[in-house]
Design a protein around this ligand. Structure first.
Ligand SMILES: [Zn+2]
Length: 114
């Protein structure tokens, strides 16, 4: 009897997990969200697949720090930055799941969701 109960709980749990996954997949918007972080705080989220006209988004930080992002259909890039190393600018445009641009000096991170 005890064994049966455990089996029932296990099956119910599996069913529950599957249901939750279905629910989240169902409400997920088409395309992947790209999130811009400033010092670990999300300051902008955008679905690159739904961008029709490219535009500029500026992240301003302390002591005149400024990162100019260019958001285009399906890709995003750091157009200019006040940081010294310019690594983020040289990285060019990113696209696709899991890609990211990090500007360490200014604390700005662009991350395409997985
Ligand atoms: Zn940089």
């Amino acid at each position: 009897m005890k064994k049966k109960n455990w089996l029932f709980i296990f099956i119910a749990l599996l069913f529950f997990v599957a249901l939750i996954q279905l629910f989240f997949l169902g409400i997920r918007p088409p395309g992947i969200m790209t999130i811009v972080y400033q010092d670990g705080t999300p300051v902008k989220s955008v679905n690159l697949e739904q961008v029709n006209t490219s535009y500029i988004f500026v992240v301003t930080g302390a002591e005149g720090a400024e990162n100019v992002l260019r958001i285009e259909t399906g890709q995003i890039l750091m157009q200019s930055s006040t940081c010294e190393d310019q690594l983020c600018v040289h990285q060019g445009a990113i696209a696709g799941e899991g890609a990211s641009i990090v500007c360490l000096p200014n604390g700005v991170v662009i991350e395409i969701g997985r």
